[in-house]
Design a protein around this ligand. Structure first.
Ligand SMILES: O=P(O)(O)OC[C@H]1O[C@H](O)[C@H](O)[C@@H](O)[C@@H]1O
Length: 526
């Protein structure tokens, strides 16, 4: 990236980034610095960019062939690899999971085998949902199921949970979904205390079929069902990779499949999200969610960065990370329903781009993925906005807002509705962070030039949620393409697993060296 002509131009422009604090700095920018897709507006007027910077970012995208790499990814080229070294050497085809709408315009051609696999699983799921709905599948007493317990962790929990909470307003009447992810026994105990096991399905999700936490929790939950005299075969469904250690249809009421070319953190639009979401919000709403994601995949094929929203988000992120040297990204949804969206993006972004070597196995000499964090507004304003306004650390922010609430239950208090109060705070924060404020009192100076963007839609519907998810998934992929790193493996999680297994061996009395662990355990009295 750094040896491209466009990068040198960007470095020159970064020497004097647009000053958002100057008088009338924002005038006329909101309309001109806006890219829209599917009724979602991406407003970047409060970023420290001008047209010259955006033109240079376009050149960077072109020089690094970002959009053509995206099409090669969709077409099935093995993008998950490191040349010359042992690696996963896999295709990356999460976009094929939503390329299932024959009425949507043909974009880049998706890998046909992956699309066929997605359609097969979706058809299987539709039958399952109908059988649950019409009572063809019930518990031993002939009662319909009304709860589902999802057992999974990482990509088998974070994305599904974030999307379910985001769309809980569209929940099927009378149905509830619970989540068990942590191996901490209290996580399962709290759910099992509340759930009505007799009326519950359990959806065990593990792509590898070998994740310690999930296998442990499956056994723990199964023991509770058995203790209640319930046959797990009547209640447990499974989502795993074909032929994984968990692939055992005889053991489950139903088995659904995900594929090795769908990374865990990109798997919400595969059966990993589908089974629980279709139960929780209904199959049609799940398909609406998929449709929104597909429409973004089509928009992500635009070569013009002023029209390709996820590419524009990626490039502005690179401008902030590499040219302005800002280390983190705060995702601040002014929507309580998106309470776990930043948590999902932590895995999707940081597990994808928290890398230090490029796709040729060489150390990179620039920063890569940002530290992603965030909480819904207005709550965050009462927690960490002091730092983002006045500390020396500049935190670029992604605001997310909606004109209408999901439930449309509101009340005018002192002349404004709660939604209006929410939006007033959202827009005030975006402007305040950008323009800052001078004062004679040094303690009341707001330096401003805190870059931020706004993603804004009419309402958080299943389709808009699918679009939001894909905007960030595709942004992350574009950044990896431009940085020339492999965004699709996760070697960094292996060391912890190996060390944990060594300590588990100590607990089981096996004779292992593990000097550090033994001294640590002794110090802690364990
Ligand atoms: O779905 P599983 O195979 O159980 O994996 C669950 C998670 O395990 C690890 O943490 C991986 O780094 C994640 O990418 C994955 O989502």
């Amino acid at each position: 990236m750094k040896n491209s002509k466009s990068y040198s131009l960007l470095e020159e422009l970064a020497a004097n980034p647009y000053d958002l604090t100057q008088a009338k700095a924002l005038e006329g920018r909101f309309a001109s610095m806006k890219a829209s897709v599917m009724g979602i507006d991406y407003v970047y007027a409060c970023q420290r960019v001008n047209d010259d910077v955006v033109d240079a970012l376009q050149k960077l995208a072109d020089e690094t062939a970002a959009v053509s790499q995206f099409s090669r990814m969709m077409g099935g080229e093995k993008m998950n690899k490191i040349d010359g070294f042992e690696c996963e050497d896999r295709q990356v085809l999460h976009t094929a999971m939503r390329d299932v709408f024959d009425d949507l315009p043909e974009g880049f051609l998706s890998d046909t085998e992956a699309v066929a696999g997605a359609k097969t699983e979706i058809a299987k799921l539709k039958v399952f949902c109908d059988e649950i709905e019409n009572g063809a599948i019930t518990n031993a007493k002939g009662e319909k199921f009304k709860e589902m317990i999802l057992v999974g962790i990482g990509g088998s929990d974070l994305g599904p949970r974030a999307v379910y909470l985001a769309l809980k307003a569209f929940a099927v009447e009378g149905r509830k979904v619970h989540f068990i992810s942590n191996v901490d026994p209290d996580d399962a105990a709290a759910v099992l205390k509340d759930a009505d096991l007799e009326r519950s399905l359990v959806c065990v999700i593990s792509k590898s079929g070998s994740t310690l936490e999930t296998l442990t929790n499956e056994t723990l939950v199964a023991s509770n069902f058995e203790a209640a005299g319930l046959n797990t075969k009547d209640h447990f469904v499974c989502v795993t990779g074909k032929d994984s250690p968990m692939d055992n249809p005889a053991k489950y009421l139903r088995s659904f499949y995900m594929f090795d070319y769908v990374g865990g953190r990109y798997s919400v639009t595969s059966m990993v999200g589908a089974v629980m979401l279709s139960f929780g919000i209904g199959f049609d709403n799940f398909m609406g969610f998929l449709r929104g994601a597909r429409k973004i995949d089509l928009n992500s094929q635009e070569r013009d960065v002023r029209k390709n929203v996820s590419l524009l988000m990626a490039l502005i992120g690179i401008w902030n990370r590499n040219l302005l040297d800002h280390e983190t990204l705060a995702v601040l949804p002014y929507s309580q329903a998106l309470s776990r969206f930043a948590a999902h993006l932590q895995q999707c972004d940081m597990e994808s781009n928290g890398k230090r070597i490029n796709r040729q196995g060489e150390a990179v000499d620039f920063a890569t993925g940002p530290i992603v964090w965030g909480e819904p507004g207005t709550n965050g304003q009462h927690a960490f906005y002091q730092l983002i306004h006045q500390s020396e650390t500049v935190v670029p922010c992604d605001f997310i807002g909606f004109a209408k609430s999901q439930y449309q239950k509101d009340l005018d208090v002192k002349g404004t509705s709660s939604q209006q109060k929410l939006l007033a705070n959202l827009i005030a924060q975006s402007i305040g962070l950008a323009t800052g404020k001078t004062s004679e009192n040094p303690n009341q100076v707001f330096p401003g030039n805190r870059p931020n963007s706004m993603l804004f839609a009419e309402q958080l519907t299943p389709e808009v949620m699918g679009a939001l998810l894909a905007l960030y998934e595709n942004k992350i992929a574009f950044q990896g393409f431009i940085w020339n790193i492999n965004s699709f493996d996760q070697e960094g999680v292996q060391l912890g697993k190996v060390l944990a297994n060594e300590i588990i061996d100590i607990f089981t009395g096996k004779d292992v060296e593990a000097i550090n662990a033994k001294e640590y355990l002794k110090t802690l009295g364990l």
